[in-house]
Write a protein that binds this ligand. Structure first.
Ligand SMILES: NC(=O)c1ccc[n+]([C@@H]2O[C@H](COP(=O)([O-])OP(=O)(O)OC[C@H]3O[C@@H](n4cnc5c(N)ncnc54)[C@H](OP(=O)(O)O)[C@@H]3O)[C@@H](O)[C@H]2O)c1
Length: 324
């Protein structure tokens, strides 16, 4: 797989072009600021009365109403929440110039049909593989966050070059830009969110904590063992890979990991993972996401408040000084 870096990419396709960043949240803020610092002409597009407009202005960025921002731009980056992309695209489409390049940082809304872009538009993906806060802080330190790029529609013959120049301007090519497709990026990302890092790992930590507490271990110690050590293993894996991490820990921990890991993550876990991937590909999660938005985020709000009232959360609050 080809990994492109700064030196492989021509920045010229964005020279003299204006980029409208639609949304100034997690990714919007980071990408707009990185583009601006890379010398790109940026405007932040927001709806009237937007809460985030003031923040963008305070950061020295020009802010305009959605329709004005996109009408003035050659490149429009969709950085509002995925579940509103369908309504948002309908609102901005009449204002998009002929030949505009329409960008996304997640393949979801094109892969699952939330957005069906006009035929004259270039459609590209530049998806940084991490949160906007880290995208911005890495850029400010002269580093970058690895990202994935793709083209879904190449109306002008320039879509690839614009995507790469965009990925370079937000700093991703300092670390590396990997070619993919909207479908592959969307499916892999949604799978991971549910079945691995963001879905299964926290549940594993909670299950471990609750098992130790039920077995008579003090909550503080259970927390330190099951949750507190996550950062240490994440750093070791980032630096050395999984095999290197295992070599870096004690023989006791390594043997424990060897004997215990596959008892917990057994064949049945892999079967359920395969089912999650299949359901993602069939669009089940995409439908759930739209339903969630339609119900004013009822399930998410309820889960957020329940998660605040657990023994694990109380324990975190008591000992959180240790993590600062
Ligand atoms: N979060 C991440 O770190 C991350 C990582 C990789 C990729 N992505 C992708 O990046 C995209 C943006 O995600 P995000 O997490 O950055 O979003 P977010 O923080 O939730 O976006 C919030 C911004 O969107 C604006 N917005 C909300 N509803 C709007 C509407 N109806 N019309 C216009 N603007 C609206 C908000 O403006 P108001 O002030 O008006 O509410 C605010 O500026 C998504 O495609 C996501 O999958 C995100």
């Amino acid at each position: 797989m080809e990994i492109l870096r700064d030196g492989d990419i021509d920045p010229a396709p964005l020279a003299g072009k204006r980029v409208a960043v639609v949304g100034y949240g997690n990714q919007g803020r980071a990408q707009a600021l990185n583009l601006n610092d890379s010398g790109i002409d940026v405007v932040v597009g927001l709806r009237g009365g937007s809460a985030s407009g003031r923040e963008a202005e305070m950061a020295g960025l020009p802010v305009a109403l959605l329709e004005d921002a996109v009408a003035s731009a050659n490149v429009v980056m969709m950085l509002a929440p995925d579940e509103i992309h369908s309504a948002l695209y309908c609102e901005i489409e009449p204002h998009l110039r002929h030949d505009t390049a329409l960008g996304f940082s997640h393949g979801l809304s094109v892969r699952f049909g939330f957005v069906e872009p006009r035929a004259d538009l270039d459609v590209f993906l530049v998806a940084p593989k991490g949160p906007g806060t880290a995208l911005r802080s890495l850029y400010s330190e002269g580093k970058g966050m690895i990202g994935v790029w793709a083209v879904a529609q190449d109306a002008t013959g320039m879509a690839r070059n614009i995507a790469l120049a965009y990925g370079r301007a937000i700093g991703c090519a300092r670390a590396g830009l990997i070619a993919s497709s909207f479908a592959e990026e969307a499916e892999a990302d949604l799978f991971n969110e549910q079945a691995v890092v963001w879905g299964a790992v926290p549940e594993l930590l909670v299950a471990g904590f609750e098992t130790l507490v039920a077995g008579g271990v003090a909550p503080e110690l259970a927390y330190l063992e099951c949750v507190g050590e996550l950062k240490l293993i994440a750093e070791l894996i980032e630096e050395r890979g999984i095999a290197g991490m295992r070599e870096a820990i004690s023989n006791t921990a390594e043997l424990g990991a060897l004997l215990g890991g596959q008892r917990i993550v057994d064949a049945s876990v892999r079967e359920r993972m395969a089912k999650v991937l299949e359901e993602v590909r069939q669009g089940r999660f995409a439908r759930e996401l739209r339903q969630e938005e339609a119900s004013a985020y009822e399930r998410l709000e309820s889960a957020r408040s329940q998660a605040r009232q657990t023994l694990l959360e109380e324990t975190f609050q008591r000992i959180s000084g240790a993590y600062k």
